[in-house]
Design a protein around this ligand. Structure first.
Ligand code: ADP
Length: 347
């Protein structure tokens, strides 16, 4: 993940994001921009649970990083007047870790597990009875004295987040009552988010400046907030602190973020498909090897947005670059479709 870690456009939280993310994170459904379908339905779930005096059904959220899954879990807890406890799949190594976390939950607390598809199998199996009966079974002692003890838990809501719903086992998936897919945000929604964030950070921003940052943020709130901080620094040093369209453009160009929000890694990925593999189709592993990056980063972090904006298309035999990608990179697409690739530029 080396290249991804150092990217300004990284969709994963960077260590210095934490204090800013806390300050900028919406705390109620009203403050949460976009994702209307998920928000509308979660509002109803929360209200119904409150009326019945119960906890909200377990929720599975899926979608790329940085789109607001943790934020939604926090909002559910806030609206229920309870606590949010967060962890992640890879952080829970042993069954005992999970039992410890679950035992400390108070009634109706929200327990958030990020990257839930990466829970170790043995931990996942402990989670089943916890989700279903609010109880965990563990085995005391060994050999012929071994006995299984049932430990009751306070009723809680599990919010699981995943970038890869397909990697969740069926028994785990079936134990969630509520599913929502979070999609990339529109430019208008990102403009609202960046304008709100600028107000909180007391940065002066013009509406054209807000739009420019939004356009380059790959549909992702975490990125729009991160780019805002970079542009704010630049504006402070170079432009009396005012974030205008030109200031935003210059600052982000310097950071290697182009007009469509692509950075060096995206361009290397597209360049490899086009220059080395004739535009594709090519398997993701081959591209990863060519540009010396890992397949997971490319398929979870780089590809989803390129697919979304139609710069690449996924086919049974691999990925191919579209006409839009050639145009964006200023490259000449092949004159005629290669035999057997009749659909090359049909989109
Ligand atoms: P995820 O858990 O999906 O990786 P987060 O919930 O941590 O994403 O969101 C990253 C940051 O983006 C948050 O700190 C928050 O400031 C911002 N954010 C996310 N979704 C929204 C939204 N709908 N409205 C406003 N800000 C948002």
């Amino acid at each position: 993940m080396a290249a991804e870690d150092s990217r300004i456009l990284s969709r994963a939280p960077a260590p210095d994001d934490a204090p800013f993310e806390r300050a900028l994170r919406p705390r109620s459904f009203d403050e949460y921009v976009g994702q209307h379908q998920a928000v509308g339905s979660l509002r109803v779930s929360v209200q119904a649970a409150q009326q019945r005096g119960e906890c909200v059904d377990h929720v599975l959220l899926y979608g790329p990083p940085g789109l607001g899954k943790t934020t939604l879990a926090g909002i559910i807890a806030n609206e229920m007047g309870t606590n949010l406890v967060t962890t992640s799949g890879p952080a829970i190594e042993r069954g005992g870790d999970l039992v410890g976390l679950l035992s400390n939950l108070a009634e109706k607390d929200v327990f958030f597990i990020d990257e839930i598809h990466r829970l170790p199998r043995i931990v996942e199996e402990l989670l089943y009875p916890a989700m279903e009966d609010f109880a965990v079974n563990f085995v005391m002692e060994k050999g012929m004295h071994a006995r299984s003890i049932k430990h009751r838990l306070a009723p809680f809501t599990l919010v699981g987040a995943t970038t890869r719903p397909g990697m969740l086992s069926a028994p785990l998936r079936e134990r969630f009552g509520i599913f929502h897919h979070l999609d990339f945000y529109s430019d208008d929604e990102l403009t609202q988010i960046v304008t709100r964030s600028a107000t909180i950070l007391e940065a002066r921003i013009e509406s054209a400046g807000a739009r420019e940052i939004s356009r380059r943020s790959r549909g992702t709130p975490r990125i729009v907030n991160r780019l805002l901080r970079r542009v704010r620094d630049y504006a402070q040093v170079k432009a009396d602190g005012v974030i205008s369209e030109a200031v935003a453009r210059d600052a982000l160009q310097r950071e290697g973020v182009d007009a469509r929000g692509l950075d060096k890694l995206d361009r290397r990925f597209l360049d490899a498909i086009i220059d080395i593999y004739g535009g594709g189709p090519v398997g993701i592993d081959a591209v990863a090897a060519t540009i010396n990056d890992d397949t997971e980063t490319l398929s979870e972090i780089v590809e989803p947005y390129l697919l979304k904006i139609g710069f690449i298309a996924r086919e049974p035999r691999g990925r191919r670059a579209t006409r839009e990608a050639y145009a964006h990179l200023g490259k000449q697409p092949p004159a005629a479709p290669v035999a057997g690739q009749g659909t090359l530029f049909d989109r």
